[in-house]
Design a protein around this ligand. Structure first.
Ligand SMILES: C[S@@+](CC[C@H](N)C(=O)[O-])C[C@H]1O[C@@H](n2cnc3c(N)ncnc32)[C@H](O)[C@@H]1O
Length: 328
């Protein structure tokens, strides 16, 4: 039974306003009609109305923001966003609320039926770009199957690099692929881009290269699971070595933003004249053009910029940029 204020119907609006202004209104239960009276659910506290206890139903409110489950004063310190890979959520948590990590994870699961487990993101490390994850809620491990652009991508965000936020970029590149192209992804990870290209376009051959044996194992499984075995060849090893054995391509992709220009000569050397290289790099927001020009001069292979755009902020003074280069 729910504690209510019983008031004549015609005074209902006024009483509701008064109770709300006094912080006494119980918004989790519905107002109940009792003849010419209304029973308005109220919280503990003194009020100038008749007190009754009635069977007031709970308000069905769909909570979508897990932060509403925490007291107002700390909501500003809680995470404002998180990534979902398959049924696994990955969230960065400020040190100020680190002691609430498990509660944050439980709240995320409570409001989002898609999430099975929640991991705290401790950052990406090393050349293989592997994210350090700490389980904070749920269970079942961090291996999962992510769906994107009509393909299924099996991955383990705690063992290999995978970024669901690149879905739009992958679809953009796939939209540029013409029938019969040869495509090389030199730092392919679990092969999300080769899979999306084969789903949305009709290349004749796609080569997916990666140094991380775990990523390569997932890439092979993903190719088989999505039935692209005729089009995609997965190769394990250092891109510089593996590329020597690959044919000239219409399109080369290099997603390795912190070292991309170290590999620029390699990527351009694998392109046919007129072919396109897609790569990413970190630089000052206003220095992207000159950074690319300097890298092209150092690579020594003629190419022109066909597209250059800022993808996301990386630090207060730098951003990740995307550049498309056409070999001349
Ligand atoms: C930023 S991740 C990109 C992965 C993938 N393209 C994606 O978007 O999910 C960079 C990848 O390059 C791989 N890698 C690092 N150094 C490499 C090298 N020398 N040769 C081949 N792969 C390398 C890492 O294992 C990692 O999977």
């Amino acid at each position: 039974m729910v504690r209510c204020a019983r008031v004549p119907k015609e005074r209902g609006e006024e009483a509701r306003g008064f109770l709300a202004s006094e912080g006494l209104l119980d918004i989790d239960h519905s107002i109940v009609r009792d003849g010419d009276f209304l029973c308005i659910p109220v919280l503990e506290g003194r009020m100038p109305y008749e007190e009754v206890f009635v069977d007031a139903p709970a308000v069905k409110r769909k909570k979508t923001d897990f932060r509403t489950m925490f007291p107002e004063p700390i909501r500003g310190d809680l995470p404002h966003s998180f990534d979902v890979v398959g049924d696994v959520a990955i969230v960065r948590i400020d040190d100020a609320v680190a002691h609430l990590a498990e509660d944050i994870g439980e709240a995320m699961i409570a409001v989002n039926g898609r999430i099975r487990a929640v991991y705290r993101d401790m950052g990406v490390k090393g050349d293989l770009r592997i994210r350090e994850l700490v389980e904070i809620a749920g269970g079942g491990g961090s291996e999962t199957v992510h769906r994107e652009s009509g393909v299924r991508i099996k991955t383990d965000p705690g063992k290999v690099y995978f970024n669901p936020r690149l879905a739009t970029e992958r679809a953009r590149i796939a939209s540029l692929v013409r029938d019969g192209e040869t495509v090389i992804d030199l730092f392919a990870g679990v092969a999300p881009l080769p899979l999306v290209i084969c789903k949305l376009a009709s290349p004749s051959a796609v080569y997916a290269v990666d140094l991380n044996p775990t990523a390569v194992a997932y890439a092979r499984e993903n190719v088989a699971m999505n039935r692209f075995g005729d089009a995609i060849t997965v190769l394990e090893g250092d891109a510089a070595e593996v590329a020597k054995g690959l044919p000239q391509a219409d399109r080369v992709v290099m997603n390795i933003p912190h070292n991309s220009f170290q590999f620029l000569g390699l990527g351009l050397s694998k392109l046919k004249v007129g072919g396109t290289l897609h790569t990413y790099f970190v630089s000052g927001v206003d220095e992207a053009g000159e950074t690319v020009a300097a890298a092209l001069a150092a690579a020594g292979i003629p190419a022109r910029v066909s597209s250059l755009s800022e993808m996301k902020t990386y630090s207060p003074n730098s951003s990740v940029h995307s550049v498309d280069l056409v070999r001349e």
